[in-house]
Ligand binder design. Structure first.
Ligand code: 13P
Ligand code: SF4
Length: 311
């Protein structure tokens, strides 16, 4: 990077010059959220990607978010500032093993969380995000046989609120699985009246204690509309940036991880993206996301189906 360069000014110049839009997930660091054209949860990012007419789409998020955008807009250049921004949850569902499991259960409908590779989506009937999982599961008849993957916590939660008995893939997210129940209980004692906000990827014990369970966007909306003035937030701590911005007089406490020596409530994959890498990716139009044509065509169908149901 050139010495003394004003990164924000250069990013603004490049995005105009190149007809690029910058999308950011709520788990990105604050300066990436602030410079983005649009910040959202994974459903909103996919919806936005589907309708933009920009030439280049820079996805400040993780690989599967870039892949989803590319599948929706195959003619656009889709860039993720750091291609190593993966996802432990997507990695917990290897495409070959999942495909064999699906093939062994031909009479099952396959519902996959958006946090999956394109190859997993290619053997899926309908994709869901944490925003619309309940609505999409309930759009099927009660006796529908369903395979739900890969997040076991989200799957268990949806089973519990819908009364379904979906067969679950045994995957999980390393960030959402490490919140400490005991430390959250202690925090609740210290801050009587504080509400616990939890993402459905958290373990069942945390969800049982939660006052609100929802996607990042749903938790944000709840925090802004609630009368309460103190919240313990059990999801990736990047969301606190927008929560605090929208509610300067409320207190937001990140839920503590079991291991107090690490910043484990930050997603190490999401946080690989930085302002410097965003600048370089816009300048060189790299690293680009590409999806094999045949997989992309098959994966598009369940993504479109999701967008149609949640429109
Ligand atoms: P959202 O669907 O709430 O954006 O969550 C995405 C994610 O990666 C959760 O860990
Ligand atoms: Fe994946 Fe978890 Fe990071 Fe979300 S927080 S991107 S599910 S590893």
């Amino acid at each position: 990077i050139e010495k003394g360069i004003d990164l924000k000014k250069e990013i603004n110049r490049l995005r105009k010059e190149k007809n690029a839009v910058i999308l950011a997930h709520y788990y990105q660091n604050g300066e990436l959220q602030d410079i983005a054209d649009f910040v959202g949860d994974s459903l909103a990012l996919a919806q936005w990607a589907a309708k933009t007419d920009a030439r280049i789409l820079v996805m400040c998020g993780v690989h599967f978010m870039g892949e989803t955008a590319k599948i929706l807009c195959p003619d656009k250049k889709v860039i993720v500032p750091d291609l190593n921004a993966g996802c432990s949850l997507a990695d917990s569902c290897e495409a070959g093993a999942f495909s064999r499991f699906v093939a062994d259960h031909p009479d099952y409908t396959v519902i996959s969380y958006v946090n999956t590779s394109a190859a997993v989506k290619a053997v899926t009937d309908v994709v869901v995000t944490s925003s619309n999982a309940r609505q999409i599961v309930e759009s099927f008849p009660e006796n529908e046989k369903i395979i739900f993957g890969p997040d076991r916590n989200l799957g268990n939660y949806i089973n519990s609120i819908t009364g379904r008995n979906m067969m679950l893939w045994d995957g999980a997210c390393h960030v959402h699985e490490q919140f400490s129940l005991q430390k959250i209980v202690d925090l609740k004692d210290e801050h009587p009246g504080a509400l616990l906000l939890a993402h459905p990827e958290c373990r069942k014990t945390i969800l049982m204690l939660a006052d609100k369970i929802g996607s990042t966007a749903a938790l944000l909306k709840f925090a802004s509309q609630s009368e309460a003035d103190c919240f313990i937030v059990a999801t990736e701590s990047g969301i606190l940036h927008e929560m605090q911005k929208q509610n300067p007089n409320k207190v937001f406490i990140p839920a503590p991880p079991e291991d107090s020596t690490c910043a484990c409530n930050e997603c190490n994959f999401m946080r690989l993206n930085t302002l410097e890498k965003l600048y370089l990716s816009l300048k060189y139009e790299l690293p680009e996301i590409n999806v094999e044509k045949e997989i992309a065509e098959r994966a598009l169908l369940p993504i479109r189906r999701m967008l149609d149901i949640s429109a």
